[in-house]
Design a protein around this ligand. Structure first.
Ligand code: NAD
Length: 352
């Protein structure tokens, strides 16, 4: 057993089909009286239903969350929370909506209840991101970690199948990198392997039948575990590459993770044999990077950066950025090898 440090800071979790009904009691449990309900414009109806469920405990709905939390939207939401006298916020949606809740909490200390409807995992992390002048600034702050998370799998039934698949693979990426994180520990590794196992089992089932509530529950359970890993272990090459690709080329978040992960894993595999063995066990395959890419392909997910809008002439810049600010990663960052990785990811070749 290698030496380790373990300290977890986690939200209260209420998990299960129908648990959204417990939201009013959870607001009360926080000692709050008026919750501002946050969502994207696409999920406004869902947010409205949440406000109705809250009744007198609803301060109103702010349905303007968008990807990457623009500072202007964060300011508007903060102002709306102040104007309506909200003393807590309920974020119903994916990482974009949770991110808006975090931006409010960062400024005001308002407690957040997250009701995740994708598998992105932001609700389990103290990591926030705010975009100003085209640049996304990320940071860690204990104030932004939601106090309570309600995981109600029924709310994920409406998540389109393609987004369900890529969002699930996005979650697997957190666990995969957690397994070789320099600050990892045995508990995180257990959670990571179990999270990958649960998602790898659930995704094909919900791909066959998006209304399979058992598969939806298993996927959300896996997403929770993977989210804990994301919040408590340092992410490496894969997340850095995706951050650069997503931020600089405005590529869709979950799809980028889906395409890049097998390649980033193959890059790190020689220096992270135990992590690869755990991932292969969880996926029930012999070769973790290849098995993951095949799973994505079988589920109809994109496997090439060129298919999701990445310009070929941007790959050199991504390779430059990937080596510009060093960070812990199992295998040292070598520009030539990274450029080759990016080319394979762009082409959609097998990971090597
Ligand atoms: P998203 O939140 O942008 O959602 C994508 C779309 O799906 C939105 O239109 C949303 O309204 C819709 N949607 C979500 N759930 C739905 C449902 N159940 N039914 C129907 N439609 C639904 O996507 P995401 O992948 O969850 O989040 C991506 C963002 O989250 C990125 O900006 C990423 O950087 C951030 N993120 C942050 C962290 C963190 O720890 N800070 C972690 C993961 C992701």
């Amino acid at each position: 057993m290698t030496p380790f440090t373990f300290q977890a800071s986690l939200p209260r979790v209420v998990f299960g089909p129908g648990t959204l009904q417990q939201l009013p009691a959870e607001v009360e449990r926080l000692g709050a009286a008026k919750a501002l309900v946050l969502s994207t414009p696409e999920q406004q109806d869902q947010a409205q239903r949440v406000a109705e469920l809250l009744g007198a405990r609803s301060a109103g709905v702010f349905a303007r969350a968008v990807m990457h939390v623009p500072i202007e939207t964060a300011r508007e939401a903060r102002e709306e929370a102040r104007r309506l006298g909200a003393d807590c916020a309920v974020a119903i949606g994916g990482g974009s909506t949770t991110g808006l809740g975090k931006a409010i909490a960062l400024d005001s200390g308002l407690p957040i209840i997250a009701v995740p409807t994708t598998y992105a995992g932001s609700e389990m992390t103290p990591i926030y991101g705010i975009t100003e002048g085209g640049l996304k600034k990320t940071g860690r702050d204990a104030r932004v970690l939601p106090r309570t998370v309600i995981y109600d799998p029924r709310l994920t039934l409406s998540l389109p199948v393609d987004l369900s698949v890529t969002s699930g693979l996005n979650a697997i990426a957190h666990a995969a990198e957690g397994l070789y994180a320099h600050d990892g520990n045995p508990i995180l590794s257990l959670m990571a392997e179990e999270g990958i196992r649960a998602l790898a089992q659930a995704l094909p089932a919900l791909h066959r039948d998006p209304c399979d509530l058992q598969a939806r529950s298993d996927a959300l359970y896996g997403a929770w575990l993977c989210g804990v890993v994301l919040g408590n272990g340092a992410m490496g090459l894969h997340h850095k590459l995706c951050h650069t690709l997503g931020g600089s080329f405005n590529l869709p978040h979950a799809e980028v993770h889906t395409v890049v992960l097998p390649h980033a894993m193959a890059y790190n595999a020689p220096k992270a044999p135990q992590a690869m063995a755990a991932i292969a066990r969880a996926l029930r395959v012999d070769d973790a990077p290849l098995g993951l890419q095949q799973l994505a392909a079988e589920l109809g997910a994109p496997t090439a950066l060129k298919a999701i809008g990445m310009p070929a002439d941007g790959l050199d810049r991504v390779a430059d950025l990937a080596v510009s600010a060093p960070y812990p990663n199992p295998r040292p960052l070598e520009r030539t090898a990274l450029r080759a990785l990016l080319q394979r990811a762009w082409d959609g070749s097998a990971p090597a």
